[in-house]
Design a protein around this ligand. Structure first.
Ligand SMILES: [Zn+2]
Length: 398
């Protein structure tokens, strides 16, 4: 097993020129000459013998290896997941002949993720304000669109997209004007803080964790399904085939999908259900932390997962739209379909829990908890469609 990890690590280094033996942040700092504003323990972390060159990615992998359904553990232990300083590929699982598979997650995708999270926070906040004032859902949505359109024409949005492109130019081509502008200004590398409410700050860490977890989960799922790399153990493959088949039932148009799109949907559903949701739930279950009771806690976890996945899909869309991943439009299903598939499955999981629970219909904000969960899931779809239109407007203005 150690052997496979070593092979996958060296194949990764050969392909991307980023050492798998080195801490990614230290490597990036050395390469850019910019002192990154990260915690000292992150810079001091050693990647030797670990399954990633990034401590944060490594944490997620550890969780998946420890808590995902037992059939998957062995296969996950053999995969190296590294960060690279490209915008393209955004994230991909690859294998060279005779080597264990590895996964590369690009810095550009992280930057796009930051921008989309910021957009997601802003739209969500406006949404809450408008819903509190306007009772009629349709009116609320119209008013919301009006608000956002005004807001989106400000310079801010095209500017943040431009920043993503600029970073790409630097990372891929070493553009010197970028270095001059960014030198010594670590804050330009980071998710913006101005104008963000306390409540969003509280949620940021969890949202970023869910987003990274989904990106990694999706790519790992390609490996577990055998789309990439050597075939994984029979028992794991059979387990996943059953799990996906059950979820595919929920999809009306699954029969019309090409084989490539089908693989992407399989990776999305497995990444969400078997890795992100299952391993986080298993951890909560073993620790025994159910502040509301197990069923209501699980409902909350499902929502947190979907929340993270929704703006991750936006970030992937942004990276594709910038031309960084020209093939991903053809190989990945339309972003709207990807989110719809996840929401469909999450909705069924939610209804099943609500149908069978013996717990009180009561949450931190009082009675009517179950309905609030359903409404929140519907509202994600509105947030998503507004964010996507806003991104499209901004992209047109570039
Ligand atoms: Zn994929």
């Amino acid at each position: 097993m150690k052997q496979a990890l070593r092979r996958s690590r060296s194949a990764f280094s050969q392909r991307f020129g980023v050492s798998g033996e080195q801490n990614y942040y230290a490597w990036l700092q050395e390469r850019t000459g910019v002192k990154l504003n990260v915690r000292p323990e992150v810079l001091g972390w050693s990647s030797r013998g670990q399954a990633s060159n990034c401590p944060i990615v490594n944490e997620i992998l550890d969780r998946y290896k420890k808590y995902s359904p037992w059939q998957l553990h062995a296969s996950l232990k053999e995969v190296f997941v590294g960060r690279v300083s490209f915008l393209s590929p955004n994230a991909s699982a690859e294998s060279s002949f005779g080597s264990a598979p590895y996964i590369a997650v690009s810095e550009g995708l992280y930057v796009a993720l930051d921008q989309c999270l910021y957009l997601w926070e802003n739209v969500g906040r406006l949404q809450a304000k408008v819903y509190a004032r306007v009772a009629n859902a349709k009116l609320a949505e119209d008013e919301l669109r009006q608000y956002i359109e005004n807001w989106a024409t400000k310079r801010e949005l095209p500017e943040f997209i431009a920043r993503t492109i600029e970073l790409k130019r630097f990372l891929v081509g070493g553009d010197p004007s970028f270095v001059a502008r960014y030198k010594g200004r670590a804050e330009l590398f980071e998710l913006r803080r101005e104008g963000v409410s306390d409540i969003d700050f509280e949620h940021r860490k969890r949202r970023i964790y869910m987003a990274e977890g989904f990106i990694i989960g999706h790519e790992l799922a390609h490996i577990l399904h055998g789309h990439v790399g050597a075939p994984v153990k029979k028992v794991a493959r059979a387990y996943l085939a059953d799990s996906v088949a059950a979820n595919m039932d929920a999809l009306h148009n699954a029969g019309e999908l090409s084989n490539e799109w089908m693989q992407e949907l399989q990776a999305d559903l497995t990444g969400y259900n078997e890795l992100l949701l299952a391993s986080n739930w298993e951890q909560v279950r073993r620790i025994g932390e159910h502040p509301l009771g197990p069923d209501r806690s699980r409902l909350g976890l499902i929502l947190f997962c979907v929340d993270g996945i929704a703006f991750t899909i936006l970030a992937m869309y942004l990276v594709s739209a910038l031309g960084a991943a020209p093939t991903s439009f053809s190989t990945h299903p339309h972003p709207d379909d990807r989110l719809a598939a996840i929401i469909n499955v999450a909705g069924k999981q939610i209804e099943q829990i609500i149908d069978n629970t013996t717990e009180l219909d009561h949450g931190p904000e009082g009675g009517g908890y179950f309905q609030r969960i359903r409404t929140a899931l519907e509202q994600f779809q509105v947030t998503y469609s507004i964010c996507k239109r806003t991104l499209e407007n901004a992209l047109n203005e570039l």
